[in-house]
Design a protein around this ligand. Structure first.
Ligand code: PGA
Length: 263
């Protein structure tokens, strides 16, 4: 097995860790990342601590992500945030189309595509999330659903991704998010490989370079097996990213695999 893509470990804090506890966590993540050489580390704190977390992470190996972005650059959209606002707060990344956004806030494939475009326009690199529900998996529709989600934004990646702004895709089966259930490595790899194959239609480099992260109850105990899969290039971590020790253990698992495969 030979992996050329640099592993990406991203922590999605969701609506947790505002205020001083968020800053302490950001500081702890800086320490974790300082000891790593092969892994890229991204954290997505709540908006209220982004700017202060950016100061904590300044000059470190931790990059910041927004958890969401509006599709427009500005306007009368109470409660929303634009790509340039995220960039001004120190973000270089943004999570787009998380299943919680799709489920609870009505985000459609078309809106997700608009947000991906907005991220690129604002010089943010998107981590675009896809994934099926339990019902869809049980009906044997996983690949059909994930393909539809990927095809909605893949043409934009084909046009706008470049070396500097190479998007990542996170495959997160909804039934595995926050439930303690994970897709096994075989189930994950099947979908990751399929996504890479579909990306080929939009560019060989795109398919080769795009990092496809796995998400859904990733923990230190299951990280090794998932990250060892040929087409799993990192993880989008929710619950376990709220604790620097477990987030660190996941990042070190990615580091060990990247180190082993770089020789
Ligand atoms: P989880 O969340 O690790 O808590 O399952 C993952 C995510 O929602 O990105």
């Amino acid at each position: 097995m030979h992996k050329r893509r640099r592993p990406l470990i991203a922590g999605n804090w969701k609506m947790f860790k505002g205020g001083p506890t968020g800053l302490a966590l950001a500081r702890a993540c800086v320490e974790v990342a300082d000891a790593l050489h092969h892994v890229e580390v991204v954290i997505a704190p709540p908006y209220t601590v982004l700017a202060a977390a950016a100061a904590e992470c300044d000059g470190s190996r931790v990059a910041l992500a927004g958890q969401n972005v509006h599709a427009r650059t500005e306007g009368a959209f109470t409660g929303e945030i634009s790509a340039s606002m995220l960039a001004d707060s120190g973000c270089t990344w943004v999570i787009v189309g998380h299943s919680e956004r799709r489920q609870h806030f009505g985000e459609t494939d078309a809106l997700v595509a608009d947000k991906v475009r907005a991220a690129f326009d604002g010089a943010l690199t998107p981590i675009v999330c896809v994934g099926e529900t339990l019902e869809e998996r049980e009906a044997g529709r996983t690949l059909e659903v994930v393909r539809r989600q990927v095809e909605a934004f893949a043409p934009i990646l084909g046009k706008l991704s470049d070396g500097r702004l190479a998007a990542a895709i996170a495959y997160e089966p909804i039934w595995a998010i926050g439930t303690g259930k994970t897709a096994g490595p075989r189930e994950a790899e099947e979908v990751h490989l399929a996504i890479r194959t579909w990306l080929h239609d939009h560019g060989a480099d795109l398919a080769h370079d795009t990092r496809i992260l796995y998400g859904g109850s990733v923990k230190p105990e299951n990280a090794d097996a998932l990250l060892a899969c040929a087409n799993v290039d990192g993880a989008l971590v929710g619950g376990a990213s709220l604790d620097a020790a477990s987030f660190g253990a996941i990042a070190r698992a990615a580091e060990a695999i990247a180190h082993a495969t770089s020789h």
